[in-house]
Design a protein around this ligand. Sequence first.
Ligand code: WT7
Length: 658
Amino acid sequence: MSQSAHAQDLHRFPPPQSLVRSAHVSGRAAYDRLVAEAEADYEGYWARLAREFVQWKTPFTRILDSDDAPFYKWFEDGTLNVSFNCLDRHVAAGLGDKVAIIFEADDGTVTRTTYAQLLAQTCRMANVLKSLGVRKGDRVVIYMPMSVEGVVAMQACARIGAVHSVVFGGFSAHSLRDRIADTGAVVVVTADEQVRGGRSLPLKALVDEALALGGCGAVRNVIVYRRTGGTIAWQPRDLWMHEAAAAQPDICEPEWVGAEHPLFLLYTSGSTGKPKGVQHSSGGYLVQAAVTTKWTFDLHDGDVFWCTADIGWITGHTYITYGPLAIGATEVVFEGVPTYPDAGRFWQMIERHKVSVFYTAPTAIRSLIKAAEANAAVHPDRYDLTSLRLLGSVGEPINPAAWEWYHKHIGGGRCPIVDTWWQTETGGQMITPLPGATTLVPGSCTLPFPGIMAAIVDETGGDLPNGHSGILVIKRPWPGMIRTIWGDDARYRSSYYPADLRGCYLAGDGAARDADTGYFTIGGRIDDVLNVSGHRMGTMEIESALVSCTDLVAEAAVVGRPDDTTGEAICAFVVLKRARPTDDEAAQLAAELRSWVGKEIGPIAKPKDIRFADNLPKTRSGKIMRRLLRSVARGEAVTQDISTLENPAILQQLSQAH
Ligand code: WT7
């Protein structure tokens, strides 16, 4: 064996034999058979899974309808109810007393909710919504902390065919208003406050502020979950969740909906200043949520699954609210943050709840590595993590060093890591190892989930051979895919199915496939979207927030630069309406602008660096040279051709600016 081949072997991790034997997809040959099945009969393959994983009220007779491509329809004439599939059928199967959710509050208080209890709570909440006149197809905005009540609110919408749109609790009143207005929501579900890291933060007050900003005229009621009992202002439209729910019966006949009925809208950032309301379906989405949860996490009876995402993001939708419940699993839901009361919290919780499958984001792993290195008391080696048998990663590329640490210190060297690539738009995992089938290579999300036709192409949609990097596309529609952008079919088409890609779905990521294995490695976004701590942010959104500070800002350009902990960091170049500030003023102004962005979008969008300049580097036709700004932000020597630069002297200033 050559030395390099040997070195490579050290970084290849075949599935452990014990796992191969028991896994749902057992061995590479089983994976290959599924891939072959999907290739031979694409629709038949997905129809088989749709029948296996979902209980239909009316079975579908049509599988995929491409007549109006790219507005694809899956299982269109089938009817179902998502909440029935997640709750009732397990209770009917005798699993009523099985724990669905182990909830751990910020302060460590633990509550267990069985499937029967979750069903009863969901029915009461569904009846509350109905009593307020919420009908099938109406939109409900959910602005909630991580809680059983948050999951219940989502399931209750699904039960009555209302379309939920969850807004992450870290978004500002402005962002919340924009989403309430765009969806035309009739009800908002919130909490008095949320508790994170020992601190109470307002939620209801932000809803009041959002509604006062205007444009939310369709909102009739605000339902408030009492989390802390803190003082809040009360309006005639408000009602307490516990009071309203107590007055309702705990049964509620599910609303049977067509497979294409929208289950939810979830806003995500794109290349323009306006976030996109990604619309998901009921049937196809549930099929993909259920099958990926079962196969990728290889969940069996007795497993305790923990996905650390927030229900405000797609990961929380698919791998907290829908996937695990659809397959009748037991899962942990955590209210707090990984660093409170100390950075051993995750490890302590894994020990306490005997978590067997743990799914988190690289940014959390990287920050916990730092914390463990700084303080031996919170090092994972101090905890009993032997309950773990499988680990997962999601949201951004996991660098090999973090992968190896995760594998060694959390997984004890025995647990495979599934590095799962997917997006808000894909609904569920798309490129991922299957733990009993795939040999792992750190830094690679390996191979497509069986039935997902991922490929790498050039700008004209032409296939690129393995070994080359290019544009990541999905060649055929899949059940969990985005159906449209709410209210903007044209933007859906142009964002995801641009004419030059010959009908392929454009993911927006660059990627490469290994010459030998065909394994995928994701290179990051090829559009103006940043990934900061696994949160997706549009550069244009942050720019519009900055320039909306009309007293101060004349112009702004935002770019990303690599960051050791957060993956990418936000770097803003700002031209003020007044003279360029002195050093002292600059620090003060940067702080002001940061909190401005925090108010406009939310704390996650605050730029890490703000640099002031007299103007921005532009071409003679007035286009900001972003690539050049990216080099400047990284502190790299500028290698781009600057002959078209209108104002070359500005480069010097930007490189030195604060
Ligand atoms: C973008 C999607 C998937 C749910 C959470 C994020 C990046 C996601 C990976 C991964 C490399 C990844 C991509 C993608 N991404 N997972 N395993 N390896 N990159 O969903 O907010 O819609 O962001 O996150 O750039 O396009 P999202």
